[in-house]
Ligand binder design. Structure first.
Ligand code: PLP
Length: 366
């Protein structure tokens, strides 16, 4: 076969262990999965209701334009419906943006570590990947600017950043956008936007009017609790959306996903409730880390990256034996860290108890 050269050494995405696998392997009844930043509080109860009342036929293709979701979203965000694109999760939006802009001879700039799919898709398209190390967990925006040249097609900015949880303040993002050449697309990944503390959050949508080369990505997989339905979306200028649209598969979002998303969007009380509970749980982790001399990054997401100063794999392996699935920092570019999704109050307590055990065991061995 004449496979693209660049995919011969590319690894497929490795999801963490499934709940069933861990149950079986360690003979446990209950498993706490805090590895993929899903919403521990679930999703709006209005979604169940809407799905129960669903009438249309599964025989027909879904509305490829996602018209109802589009209009609901446009109303909610106060943007033109033509400024929106809907995709099979943000993952697919990353894929089609890459497809629309990247090719051999072009390059793309991103932080390191950051969300893995930017690089993955750039490699598939044969573009050069320019990674700029984070500084103290934060994007080095000046370093990223210095990597941009005439062949740069996309700059990826993840805020809050996965896996560090750091958020780029407006005072840093605005001057950065002013300096990026206006023919370079800036992709602002805001998968965790709704979790950001009220006192630091700013209206990034306003930046779209100011910077026509900006596209914002958001998702229904995180705070909306609908990861399984695969609905993500992009917001940009009408021109940019029109240019990207031909690379979108025609029926990429499904009928139930569209219904679930548009219903969930209208229940902002649920969203706010999750955000405030997350804030309380976050603070408990901060206190715990400080008491136990563990390094961590202040997070604006629903996850926390804790630096154990130990091999991340061995810590996550220990937690696994306790029925807790987390994400080792090793696969995320932080070899001594572990990324933990903030779960329910009692789950988080269970995690902290297990971490405490792990630390004690390790200081004993040392
Ligand atoms: C989870 C996540 C996504 C992907 O979300 P989907 O919409 O489920 O594809 C994108 N970006 C970041 C930073 C994420 O953490």
């Amino acid at each position: 076969m004449k496979w693209k050269n660049q995919i011969l050494n590319l690894e497929p995405y490795k999801p963490g262990k499934t709940i069933d696998e861990v149950k079986k392997q360690y003979q446990l009844d209950t498993i706490v999965k805090l590895a993929s930043n899903e919403n521990p509080y679930g999703y709006s109860p209005k979604v169940d209701q809407a799905l129960r009342n669903f009438q249309a036929s599964f025989i027909l293709y879904p509305d490829g334009n996602a018209s109802n979701l589009r209009d609901t979203m446009a109303g909610h965000l106060k943007v033109d419906p033509r400024q929106l694109i809907f995709t099979n999760g943000t993952d697919e939006l990353i894929q089609i943006i890459s497809r629309a802009l990247l090719e051999p001879g072009k390059n793309t700039v991103m932080a390191n570590p950051t969300f893995s799919q930017y690089k993955h898709n750039a490699v598939i398209e044969g573009a050069e990947v320019r990674e700029v190390d984070l500084i103290n967990g934060e994007h080095d925006l000046r370093g990223m600017l210095s990597q941009i040249d005439a062949n740069t097609a996309i700059v990826w900015v993840c805020s809050p950043n996965n896996p560090t949880g750091t958020y780029i303040p407006k005072e840093a993002l605005q001057p950065f956008l002013e300096q990026v050449p206006n023919d370079v697309l800036v992709v602002l990944d805001e998968a965790y936007y709704e979790y950001v503390d009220k006192d630091v959050a700013y209206d990034s949508l306003a930046l779209i009017d100011q910077f026509p080369n900006l596209i914002i990505m958001r998702t229904f997989s995180k705070i909306y609790g609908l990861a399984s339905f695969r609905v993500g979306y992009g917001i940009s200028s009408i021109d940019n959306i029109q240019s990207i649209e031909p690379t979108r598969p025609p029926f990429n979002t499904n009928v139930l996903g569209q219904l679930a998303a548009s219903t969930a969007l209208l229940d902002q009380k649920f969203v706010e409730n999750c955000r405030s509970k997350n804030e309380v749980e976050k603070q408990k982790y901060y206190n715990f880390c400080q008491e136990n001399n563990l390094g961590y990054y202040p997070t604006q997401g629903n996850f926390i990256l804790i630096d154990f100063g130990l091999d991340g794999d061995s810590v996550s392996q220990f937690l696994l034996t306790k029925g807790i699935i987390v994400r080792s920092g090793k696969a995320l570019g932080f070899p001594t860290g572990v990324r933990i999704t903030l779960g329910l109050e009692e789950q988080n307590q269970q995690v902290r108890n297990a971490i405490k055990e792990c630390i004690e065991l390790n200081s004993f061995i040392k």
